[in-house]
Ligand binder design. Structure first.
Ligand code: FPP
Length: 287
Protein backbone atom coordinates (compact mmCIF):
# COMPACT_ATOMS: atom_id res chain seq x y z
CA UNK A 1 0.00 0.00 0.00
CA UNK A 2 1.36 3.40 -1.02
CA UNK A 3 0.99 5.63 2.04
CA UNK A 4 0.86 8.88 0.08
CA UNK A 5 -2.02 7.69 -2.07
CA UNK A 6 -3.99 6.37 0.92
CA UNK A 7 -4.19 9.76 2.66
CA UNK A 8 -7.54 11.54 2.89
CA UNK A 9 -8.06 15.11 1.74
CA UNK A 10 -8.22 16.64 5.21
CA UNK A 11 -5.03 14.91 6.28
CA UNK A 12 -3.36 15.96 3.06
CA UNK A 13 -4.29 19.56 3.75
CA UNK A 14 -2.93 19.47 7.32
CA UNK A 15 0.34 18.03 6.07
CA UNK A 16 0.63 20.63 3.31
CA UNK A 17 0.08 23.41 5.84
CA UNK A 18 2.76 21.99 8.12
CA UNK A 19 5.24 21.75 5.28
CA UNK A 20 4.48 25.31 4.11
CA UNK A 21 4.42 26.84 7.61
CA UNK A 22 8.04 26.38 8.43
CA UNK A 23 10.76 23.98 9.26
CA UNK A 24 9.96 20.40 10.19
CA UNK A 25 12.39 18.43 12.32
CA UNK A 26 14.98 16.50 10.35
CA UNK A 27 15.15 14.01 13.21
CA UNK A 28 12.16 13.29 15.45
CA UNK A 29 12.66 11.11 18.53
CA UNK A 30 9.82 9.72 20.63
CA UNK A 31 9.50 8.26 24.12
CA UNK A 32 6.33 6.20 23.74
CA UNK A 33 4.95 6.19 27.27
CA UNK A 34 1.64 5.35 28.91
CA UNK A 35 0.78 1.95 27.42
CA UNK A 36 0.37 0.37 30.86
CA UNK A 37 -1.82 3.18 32.20
CA UNK A 38 -3.95 3.12 29.04
CA UNK A 39 -4.64 -0.58 29.59
CA UNK A 40 -5.17 -0.54 33.36
CA UNK A 41 -7.47 2.47 32.98
CA UNK A 42 -9.68 0.24 30.87
CA UNK A 43 -9.20 -2.75 33.21
CA UNK A 44 -7.30 -4.59 30.44
CA UNK A 45 -4.01 -6.47 30.92
CA UNK A 46 -0.97 -4.22 30.35
CA UNK A 47 -0.09 -6.04 27.13
CA UNK A 48 -3.26 -4.72 25.50
CA UNK A 49 -1.75 -1.25 25.93
CA UNK A 50 1.42 -2.31 24.12
CA UNK A 51 -0.66 -3.95 21.38
CA UNK A 52 -2.66 -0.77 20.82
CA UNK A 53 0.62 1.16 21.04
CA UNK A 54 1.70 -0.60 17.86
CA UNK A 55 -1.21 1.05 16.02
CA UNK A 56 0.24 4.40 17.12
CA UNK A 57 3.68 3.30 15.89
CA UNK A 58 2.17 2.48 12.48
CA UNK A 59 0.39 5.81 12.23
CA UNK A 60 3.45 7.74 13.36
CA UNK A 61 5.71 6.03 10.82
CA UNK A 62 3.27 6.64 7.95
CA UNK A 63 2.60 10.28 8.85
CA UNK A 64 6.31 11.07 9.37
CA UNK A 65 7.21 9.42 6.09
CA UNK A 66 4.52 11.32 4.17
CA UNK A 67 5.63 14.60 5.75
CA UNK A 68 9.16 13.98 4.52
CA UNK A 69 10.69 13.73 7.99
CA UNK A 70 14.00 12.00 7.36
CA UNK A 71 14.70 10.31 10.72
CA UNK A 72 12.25 8.88 13.25
CA UNK A 73 13.64 7.20 16.37
CA UNK A 74 11.31 5.30 18.70
CA UNK A 75 12.24 4.24 22.23
CA UNK A 76 10.65 0.79 22.17
CA UNK A 77 12.48 -1.07 24.95
CA UNK A 78 15.05 0.25 27.43
CA UNK A 79 17.76 -1.71 29.19
CA UNK A 80 15.84 -0.95 32.41
CA UNK A 81 12.72 -2.58 30.89
CA UNK A 82 14.44 -5.98 31.33
CA UNK A 83 13.49 -5.62 35.02
CA UNK A 84 9.77 -5.94 34.16
CA UNK A 85 7.86 -9.16 34.87
CA UNK A 86 8.81 -12.00 32.53
CA UNK A 87 5.32 -12.25 30.96
CA UNK A 88 5.40 -8.57 29.99
CA UNK A 89 8.88 -8.87 28.45
CA UNK A 90 8.01 -11.97 26.45
CA UNK A 91 4.71 -10.39 25.37
CA UNK A 92 6.55 -7.29 24.17
CA UNK A 93 9.09 -9.40 22.26
CA UNK A 94 6.28 -11.32 20.58
CA UNK A 95 4.57 -8.06 19.60
CA UNK A 96 7.84 -6.74 18.19
CA UNK A 97 8.33 -9.92 16.19
CA UNK A 98 4.78 -9.78 14.80
CA UNK A 99 5.20 -6.11 13.93
CA UNK A 100 8.44 -6.69 12.04
CA UNK A 101 7.25 -9.77 10.18
CA UNK A 102 3.90 -8.22 9.19
CA UNK A 103 5.08 -4.72 8.35
CA UNK A 104 8.43 -5.15 6.68
CA UNK A 105 7.07 -5.46 3.13
CA UNK A 106 4.95 -2.35 3.49
CA UNK A 107 7.83 -0.44 5.08
CA UNK A 108 10.06 -1.53 2.19
CA UNK A 109 7.45 -0.59 -0.45
CA UNK A 110 7.34 2.87 1.09
CA UNK A 111 11.11 3.30 0.96
CA UNK A 112 11.67 3.10 4.74
CA UNK A 113 15.09 2.02 6.00
CA UNK A 114 15.02 0.12 9.27
CA UNK A 115 17.77 0.74 11.77
CA UNK A 116 18.32 -0.41 15.36
CA UNK A 117 20.25 1.04 18.28
CA UNK A 118 20.86 -0.71 21.59
CA UNK A 119 22.41 -3.78 23.11
CA UNK A 120 20.81 -6.07 20.55
CA UNK A 121 22.87 -9.06 21.72
CA UNK A 122 20.52 -9.22 24.75
CA UNK A 123 17.45 -9.70 22.53
CA UNK A 124 16.10 -13.21 21.84
CA UNK A 125 17.94 -14.90 18.97
CA UNK A 126 14.90 -15.01 16.66
CA UNK A 127 14.36 -11.24 17.06
CA UNK A 128 18.04 -10.57 16.32
CA UNK A 129 17.71 -12.64 13.15
CA UNK A 130 14.50 -10.92 12.02
CA UNK A 131 15.97 -7.48 12.71
CA UNK A 132 19.05 -8.28 10.71
CA UNK A 133 16.94 -9.57 7.77
CA UNK A 134 14.76 -6.45 7.86
CA UNK A 135 17.77 -4.14 7.94
CA UNK A 136 19.40 -6.02 5.09
CA UNK A 137 16.20 -5.88 3.01
CA UNK A 138 15.72 -2.13 3.48
CA UNK A 139 19.36 -1.02 3.55
CA UNK A 140 19.28 0.80 0.19
CA UNK A 141 16.03 2.64 0.83
CA UNK A 142 16.34 6.39 0.79
CA UNK A 143 13.13 7.49 2.49
CA UNK A 144 12.44 7.63 6.22
CA UNK A 145 15.11 6.10 8.45
CA UNK A 146 13.13 4.35 11.18
CA UNK A 147 15.37 3.63 14.18
CA UNK A 148 14.08 1.36 16.92
CA UNK A 149 15.84 1.76 20.26
CA UNK A 150 15.78 -1.79 21.62
CA UNK A 151 17.49 -2.84 24.82
CA UNK A 152 18.88 0.69 24.69
CA UNK A 153 19.91 3.21 27.28
CA UNK A 154 21.90 6.40 26.89
CA UNK A 155 24.29 5.60 29.75
CA UNK A 156 24.93 2.13 28.31
CA UNK A 157 25.84 3.65 24.94
CA UNK A 158 28.08 6.31 26.48
CA UNK A 159 29.86 3.74 28.65
CA UNK A 160 30.35 1.48 25.63
CA UNK A 161 31.72 4.42 23.62
CA UNK A 162 34.20 5.25 26.38
CA UNK A 163 35.39 1.65 26.53
CA UNK A 164 35.89 1.60 22.74
CA UNK A 165 37.78 4.88 22.82
CA UNK A 166 40.00 3.58 25.63
CA UNK A 167 40.73 0.44 23.60
CA UNK A 168 41.62 2.51 20.54
CA UNK A 169 43.91 4.68 22.65
CA UNK A 170 45.62 1.53 23.93
CA UNK A 171 45.97 0.22 20.35
CA UNK A 172 47.42 3.54 19.30
CA UNK A 173 44.75 4.39 16.70
CA UNK A 174 43.34 7.28 18.77
CA UNK A 175 45.24 9.89 20.70
CA UNK A 176 43.59 11.40 23.78
CA UNK A 177 44.44 14.97 22.67
CA UNK A 178 42.34 14.48 19.54
CA UNK A 179 39.17 13.48 21.38
CA UNK A 180 36.49 16.12 20.92
CA UNK A 181 32.68 16.13 20.79
CA UNK A 182 32.64 14.83 17.21
CA UNK A 183 34.85 11.90 18.26
CA UNK A 184 32.45 10.93 21.04
CA UNK A 185 29.50 11.06 18.60
CA UNK A 186 31.42 8.78 16.23
CA UNK A 187 31.66 6.07 18.88
CA UNK A 188 27.95 6.06 19.72
CA UNK A 189 25.30 3.73 18.27
CA UNK A 190 23.69 6.84 16.78
CA UNK A 191 26.77 7.83 14.77
CA UNK A 192 24.86 7.79 11.50
CA UNK A 193 21.99 9.94 12.78
CA UNK A 194 21.91 13.69 13.24
CA UNK A 195 20.98 14.82 16.76
CA UNK A 196 17.19 14.95 17.24
CA UNK A 197 15.62 18.35 16.59
CA UNK A 198 12.47 17.44 18.47
CA UNK A 199 11.82 14.87 21.17
CA UNK A 200 8.23 14.01 22.02
CA UNK A 201 7.30 12.23 25.22
CA UNK A 202 3.74 11.06 25.74
CA UNK A 203 1.68 10.53 28.91
CA UNK A 204 2.72 13.75 30.64
CA UNK A 205 5.88 12.43 32.31
CA UNK A 206 8.67 15.01 32.59
CA UNK A 207 11.72 12.76 32.32
CA UNK A 208 14.34 11.72 29.74
CA UNK A 209 14.49 8.16 31.13
CA UNK A 210 18.00 7.37 29.88
CA UNK A 211 17.09 8.09 26.23
CA UNK A 212 19.73 9.60 23.86
CA UNK A 213 21.47 11.43 26.73
CA UNK A 214 24.26 12.85 24.57
CA UNK A 215 22.21 13.46 21.46
CA UNK A 216 19.33 15.39 23.10
CA UNK A 217 21.63 18.19 24.34
CA UNK A 218 19.95 20.82 22.17
CA UNK A 219 16.71 19.13 21.16
CA UNK A 220 13.37 20.82 21.63
CA UNK A 221 11.21 18.81 24.03
CA UNK A 222 7.44 18.44 23.69
CA UNK A 223 5.47 16.60 26.36
CA UNK A 224 1.96 15.48 25.51
CA UNK A 225 -0.55 14.35 28.13
CA UNK A 226 -1.98 11.84 25.65
CA UNK A 227 -1.14 8.20 26.47
CA UNK A 228 0.86 6.52 23.69
CA UNK A 229 -1.91 4.13 22.50
CA UNK A 230 -4.15 7.18 21.92
CA UNK A 231 -1.38 9.27 20.32
CA UNK A 232 -2.08 9.49 16.60
CA UNK A 233 -1.09 11.72 13.70
CA UNK A 234 -3.28 14.65 14.79
CA UNK A 235 -1.35 14.73 18.08
CA UNK A 236 1.88 14.59 16.10
CA UNK A 237 0.71 17.56 14.01
CA UNK A 238 0.04 19.52 17.26
CA UNK A 239 3.58 18.78 18.40
CA UNK A 240 5.01 19.85 15.04
CA UNK A 241 3.01 23.10 15.01
CA UNK A 242 4.33 23.81 18.50
CA UNK A 243 7.88 23.04 17.34
CA UNK A 244 7.50 25.45 14.44
CA UNK A 245 6.88 28.29 16.93
CA UNK A 246 10.07 27.61 18.89
CA UNK A 247 13.22 29.66 18.53
CA UNK A 248 16.29 27.45 18.69
CA UNK A 249 19.20 29.54 19.87
CA UNK A 250 21.90 26.95 20.59
CA UNK A 251 23.30 29.19 23.33
CA UNK A 252 23.32 32.36 21.20
CA UNK A 253 21.19 35.51 21.51
CA UNK A 254 18.10 36.07 19.31
CA UNK A 255 19.77 38.82 17.23
CA UNK A 256 22.45 36.39 16.10
CA UNK A 257 19.83 34.17 14.52
CA UNK A 258 18.09 36.70 12.27
CA UNK A 259 19.68 37.40 8.91
CA UNK A 260 18.11 40.89 8.83
CA UNK A 261 19.68 41.87 12.14
CA UNK A 262 23.04 43.74 12.05
CA UNK A 263 24.30 41.41 14.81
CA UNK A 264 23.64 38.32 12.66
CA UNK A 265 26.62 36.00 12.73
CA UNK A 266 27.10 33.07 10.44
CA UNK A 267 30.69 32.12 11.10
CA UNK A 268 31.30 28.83 12.82
CA UNK A 269 32.39 29.20 16.39
CA UNK A 270 35.94 27.86 16.48
CA UNK A 271 36.28 24.93 18.80
CA UNK A 272 38.26 26.16 21.80
CA UNK A 273 41.22 24.18 23.03
CA UNK A 274 39.72 21.90 25.62
CA UNK A 275 40.87 21.70 29.20
CA UNK A 276 42.21 18.21 28.52
CA UNK A 277 44.10 19.30 25.40
CA UNK A 278 45.79 22.01 27.49
CA UNK A 279 46.68 19.47 30.17
CA UNK A 280 48.13 17.05 27.60
CA UNK A 281 50.24 19.83 26.06
CA UNK A 282 51.55 20.80 29.49
CA UNK A 283 52.42 17.17 30.29
CA UNK A 284 54.27 16.81 26.97
CA UNK A 285 56.28 19.98 27.59
CA UNK A 286 57.32 18.71 31.03
CA UNK A 287 58.40 15.27 29.90
C1 FPP B 1 6.10 2.49 27.82
O1 FPP B 1 4.82 2.36 28.39
C2 FPP B 1 6.19 1.66 26.63
C3 FPP B 1 7.02 0.61 26.50
C4 FPP B 1 7.94 0.19 27.58
C5 FPP B 1 7.05 -0.23 25.29
C6 FPP B 1 6.72 0.46 24.01
C7 FPP B 1 6.39 -0.57 23.02
C8 FPP B 1 5.46 -0.47 22.06
C9 FPP B 1 4.72 0.74 21.76
C10 FPP B 1 5.15 -1.65 21.22
C11 FPP B 1 6.29 -2.29 20.49
C12 FPP B 1 7.06 -1.34 19.67
C13 FPP B 1 7.35 -1.46 18.36
C14 FPP B 1 8.28 -0.50 17.74
C15 FPP B 1 6.78 -2.49 17.50
P1 FPP B 1 4.70 1.79 29.86
O2 FPP B 1 4.43 0.34 29.77
O3 FPP B 1 5.88 2.17 30.67
O4 FPP B 1 3.43 2.57 30.36
P2 FPP B 1 3.08 3.05 31.85
O5 FPP B 1 4.11 4.10 32.20
O6 FPP B 1 1.71 3.62 31.71
O7 FPP B 1 3.15 1.84 32.73
Amino acid sequence: MNWKKSQNQQDDQQQQELVQNGKLPLHLAVIMDGNGRWATGKTFPRLNGHREGIESVRDMVKASSCLGIKYLTLYAFSIENWKRPEYEISGLMKLLETFLVREIDELHENNVRLNVIGKTSSLPGNIQQILSNCMEKTRDNEGLVLTLALSYSGRWDLTRAMQMMALDVRRGSLSPEDINEATVSEYLNTKELPDPDLMIRTSGELRISNFLLWELAYSEIYVSDVLWPDFRRDDLYDALRNYQCRERRFGMIPAQLKKTDPDYQVEDIPEKESYFQKVFKAIRKDS
